[in-house]
Design a protein around this ligand. Structure first.
Ligand SMILES: N[C@@H](CCC(=O)N[C@@H](CS)C(=O)NCC(=O)O)C(=O)O
Length: 86
């Protein structure tokens, strides 16, 4: 089975995002980064799909997951199935 596609909606000054980013970096997990304040498209898409603008939000094969601790736990639990960088 192929690795799930992971899209992380985040912004740098968000402390909850930083928690999630530290897990992503620690395990070198491949993620597509969607900075919600880089232009307007990412924030618009997040709001359009979820009705919220809360970050972090991790899309796992298109399904949104909120809550930094839930995201971190999911990443750690599914590490062996995730694509890594380098
Ligand atoms: N309990 C959430 C808190 C997330 C949160 O409050 N994020 C802030 C940014 S630091 C936010 O998006 N606030 C705006 C909103 O929820 O509309 C988590 O741990 O992920």
């Amino acid at each position: 089975m192929s690795a799930p596609e992971l899209d992380l909606y985040y912004y740098d000054a968000c402390p909850y995002c930083q928690r999630v980013l530290s897990v992503i970096k620690k395990h070198k997990i491949k993620v597509i980064y969607k900075d919600i304040y880089e232009g307007t498209a990412n924030l618009e898409k997040l709001r359009y799909i979820t009705g919220r603008k809360t970050t972090p939000c991790l899309f796992i094969n298109g399904d949104p997951m909120f809550e930094s601790f839930d995201i971190m736990a999911w990443l750690e639990k599914n590490l062996d199935k995730l694509e890594k960088t380098v």
